[in-house]
Write a new protein. Structure first.
Length: 174
C-alpha cells in the first residue's frame, strides 16, 4: 500500500487510471469577460465551472471542456487582470491544439473564424493532419486539428457550434 494524503491507495487502484494523454492545460487571461465570450460563444466550449483560484482568492479560475468535463478536454484560465499581453518566446507553452472530428469540421471552422473576423491560417498540415492556426484575442496561439473522429466525444447540447463540429478535446501542446 502507498500512503498518500492520509489515505491508503493500493497500486492496483492507481492502475485503474492510466495516463492516456494531457489532462488539462491552464493559461492566463487579463480579461475574463472577453475570455468567456471567445471560448464559450465563438469556440462553443462549455464553461464547466467558474471558481476562485485556490492559490489567489482574488482571481477567478475558468474551466472550459466538453459536455461531461472529460479529462483531456479541459482548457482552464486564471483571471489575473494585471497580466501583461502575451509574449511569445522560449520556455513556455507556445501553442495549444484543440481536436475536431473531420475535414468537414475544418471547413466549418474556417468559415466561422472568417465570419467572426478572427485571422487564421487554414489548411496547415500538422503531423499529416489538416489544421487551422489562429490566436485568441489576447494572443494565445491555438490550432484546430482534424483527429479523424477517433475516440469518444461528448458534445454539449447548448453550444453555439453544431455537435458534429464541436471541439472534442485537447490535442498536441507545444
Amino acid at each position: 500500500m502507498t500512503r498518500t494524503n492520509n489515505r491508503n491507495i493500493s497500486k492496483h487502484n492507481l492502475m485503474q487510471y492510466p495516463l492516456l494523454g494531457i489532462h488539462h492545460v491552464t493559461a492566463v487571461t487579463a480579461h475574463a469577460n472577453d475570455n468567456v465570450r471567445f471560448y464559450n460563444k465563438i469556440l462553443g466550449m462549455r464553461l464547466v465551472k467558474k471558481t476562485v483560484n485556490q492559490d489567489d482568492a482574488s482571481a477567478y479560475h475558468l474551466f472550459y471542456a466538453d459536455a461531461k468535463g472529460s479529462p483531456g478536454s479541459d482548457l482552464t484560465f486564471f483571471d489575473w487582470a494585471h497580466s501583461p499581453v502575451q509574449r511569445h518566446g522560449n520556455n513556455s507553452i507556445s501553442e495549444v491544439s484543440l481536436r475536431v472530428g473531420s475535414a468537414l469540421s475544418m471547413k466549418f471552422w474556417t468559415a466561422r473564424l472568417t465570419e467572426n473576423k478572427i485571422p487564421h491560417n487554414s489548411n496547415v498540415e500538422y503531423d499529416s493532419r489538416s489544421s487551422l492556426v489562429f490566436q485568441d484575442p489576447e494572443g494565445q496561439r491555438l490550432r484546430l486539428i482534424d483527429d479523424g473522429g477517433v475516440g469518444t466525444s461528448y458534445p454539449w447540447d447548448a453550444s453555439s457550434v453544431p455537435a458534429e463540429h464541436q471541439i472534442r478535446g485537447l490535442g498536441p501542446v507545444s
